[in-house]
Design a protein around this ligand. Sequence first.
Ligand code: NI
Length: 184
Amino acid sequence: MAVLAVREWGDPVLRQKARPVERVTDLHRSLIKDMIDTMRDVPGIGLAGPQVGVSERIFVYEHEGEAGALINPAITRRSEDKITSEEGCLSIPGLYYDVERATEVSVEGVDADGAPVMIEGAELLARIFQHEIDHLDGVLFIDHLPDEQRKEALRTLREQALGLVPPGPAHARGPGAGGAEEML
Ligand code: NI
C-alpha cells in the first residue's frame, strides 16, 4: 500500500490540462493502485491524476463500496436535469460549497487493462465523474461558484496559505453534510 501526497490549492499542477494516456502500462496500473490507496486513506470518493502530481488523464473513484478507475475519460452525454449538492475537494481541504451539476452523465474511456468502457452515472456518481474530469482540465469546483462565493473561497484560501487562519472547516456546512463522502 502506498499513500501519495495530495497536491493542494496553489500547486500549479492542479491548473494544468492533463495529457492523454497513449498506452496503458503497468506503471499506470501501479499508479491506479496507489491512487485508490490514497483516496481511501484520506478518505475520499474520487481522486484525479493531477491531485497526486501526475498530469495524465486518469482518475479513480469509489462508489457503493467499489473502487474504479477511468483513463482518458470523456463525457459523451449529460442530462439537462441538474442537481445542486454540497461538494468538497481533497485538494481544497476545509471548504464546502453547493455546486450545480448535471444529474446524469455518460462517460467513455478505457479501463486499467486498456479496454474501452462506457459508464452511466446518476446523482453522486455523475457528480464524481464531472468533478474528476474537471480536474483533468485544470478546473476546480470553486470555479463553478457564483462570483461572491468564489471570491469568499479564494479569500479564505489565500488567508490559509498565509497562515492567517488555520486550515479546516472554514465555510459553514449545510444540513445533511456527511463529511468525507463529499470529498472528491
Ligand atoms: Ni477534487
